[in-house]
Design a protein around this ligand. Structure first.
Ligand code: ATP
Length: 452
């Protein structure tokens, strides 16, 4: 699926993320740890903006949703009931020569590398691949001082189970009527056989998930409703819609719990791959938890008086795949003043910095003082949430380049005229166009920019 425009794109994004403080390899000074990344100041801001937009759209702006934040370490019984202890595994093959490990389903699918089927040979060294084995992807730990069979627990492999185990608590506290949902954002851990492609396949990731509980007959309408919401979300954070594709997952490829699944795929530079998933999980999870725990997880239908276990529709979105798709959608190269410029055309709603303020010259105290005044004005304005930067390093051209590269929509420069006339230059990232504007009008102007 790689188009010529994709040539070197991942390398550019990875380098930009490191250089400008978005994402660093975890434990980099010790050589890194495969499948783990740390967020720097700007990546953290971008990620939080995405998470906050999700939370507003999927939870807090709705009146049928509740939020929870469950523990990361999960009791063994929970994951036995959900099927993860028995079946959360990927098929693995090991190369007999170089000992590299591969996910068998990935190396025989045509989406790997140059698209060739590699058959029984190692894609790295050509050696013979060994027999297929199943590899459980959960990270196991022990709770308490004694390490024995009974003390085994797991880092959760998905946020969903923490929602199902709190279903009864939320019902008992709030007495909601169906349909209603519970949403959660949080870490999940998967010991992926082959972590790869930067933020795409991680061992520590974050998910934004909703479990939406419905009467069994009503799942189809709800499935469509969440499908529309997911498309709306993609757009609101600036993911390129021409690169997203909806795919109905066939029965053979669906997870064990699902009766219908839609994948939302994105054209990553390394191929068309899953960005998000939407699944109809039936009553699989609640039923198994009811059986295993003995807790009653049923609802009584007001019309028929019959007891039933609610069915579930689950929109599941990865935070890191969102961050990566947003960066790939925003990355742009153009020519400005005879030079190639690279910039992030981020929607203001997700941009880590909403505006940057510069004094024209660093060595003129009166300009610096005025620029600091303008900076403080914006910095304290709740509309920008403190996402304002002061920069007096290097010449003005270099400062513009730095802000362009991190996606700051506007740069504001204080010059000698500003001291006399009380106005500033406002420069727009996407066009490079500069306008004079009174300092008093600045906050209104920036507040009135469309956020997305
Ligand atoms: P894949 O087939 O790519 O392994 P999956 O179908 O196992 O993904 P789900 O279990 O449906 O993924 O997880 C829901 C979402 O969590 C995915 O759509 C994705 O956005 C994110 N996700 C899952 N696994 C990872 C991972 N290893 N690294 C980063 N994000 C992930």
């Amino acid at each position: 699926m790689s188009s010529p425009a994709n040539e070197g794109l991942m390398e550019k994004i990875v380098a930009l993320c490191k250089r400008r403080g978005f994402v660093y390899p975890s434990a980099e000074i010790y050589g890194g740890l495969a499948g783990f990344f740390d967020y720097g100041p700007l990546g953290l801001a971008l990620k939080n903006n995405i998470k906050n937009l999700w939370w507003k759209q999927f939870v807090s702006n709705r009146d049928d949703m509740f939020g929870v934040d469950a523990a990361l370490i999960t009791k063994k019984e929970v994951l036995e009931a959900s099927g993860h202890v028995g079946g959360f595994s990927d098929p693995m093959v090991v190369c007999s020569k170089c000992k590299h490990r591969f996910r068998a389903d990935q190396i025989t699918r045509s989406d790997l590398g140059d698209g060739k089927k590699v058959g029984p040979f190692c894609p790295d060294c050509g050696g013979a691949l060994g027999d297929l084995s199943q590899f459980n992807m959960m990270f196991q730990t022990h709770v308490g001082a004694v390490q024995e069979e009974n003390s085994v627990a797991y880092l959760r492999p998905e946020t969903a189970q923490g929602i199902f185990t709190n279903f009864k608590n939320v019902v008992d506290s709030f007495h909601p009527r169906l349909p209603f949902g519970i949403g959660q954002i949080g870490k999940a851990f998967r010991n992926e056989i082959a972590p790869r492609d930067f933020l795409f396949r991680l061992r520590e990731l974050e998910q934004m998930e909703v479990e939406y509980f419905v009467k069994p007959k009503e799942w189809e309408g709800v499935f469509e409703m969440w499908r529309t919401e997911m498309l709306r979300f993609l757009e609101s954070i600036g993911i390129d819609r021409t690169k997203t594709h909806e795919l109905e997952v066939s029965e053979g490829d669906r997870a064990h719990y699902s009766k219908r699944t839609f994948d939302f795929d994105f054209d990553f530079p390394f191929g068309r791959k899953e960005l998000y998933g939407l699944a109809y999980r039936t009553d699989f999870d609640l039923r198994n938890h009811q059986t295993m725990s003995g807790a009653k997880l049923e609802f009584v239908d007001e019309e028929t008086n019959e007891s039933f276990i609610p069915h579930v529709v689950e929109p599941s979105l990865g935070v890191e795949r969102s961050v990566l798709a947003v960066l790939l959608s925003a990355y742009t190269e153009d020519e400005m003043n005879g030079e190639v410029r690279s910039f992030l055309k981020l929607k203001p709603a997700v941009a880590p910095i909403k505006a940057a303020v510069f004094p024209l010259l660093k060595n003129k105290p009166e300009l610096v003082a005025k620029a600091r005044e303008v900076y403080q004005l914006l910095k304290k304005d709740p509309a920008f949430g403190g996402a304002v930067m002061f920069d007096d390093n290097g010449n003005i051209g270099k400062r513009y380049r730095r802000q362009d590269e991190i996606g700051t929509p506007f740069c504001i420069t204080v010059d000698f005229d500003s001291l006399e006339k009380g106005d500033v230059t406002v420069r727009a990232r996407d066009t490079g166009k500069q306008d004079r504007m009174a300092i008093q009008e600045l906050t209104i102007f920036l507040r009135n920019q469309p956020a997305s």
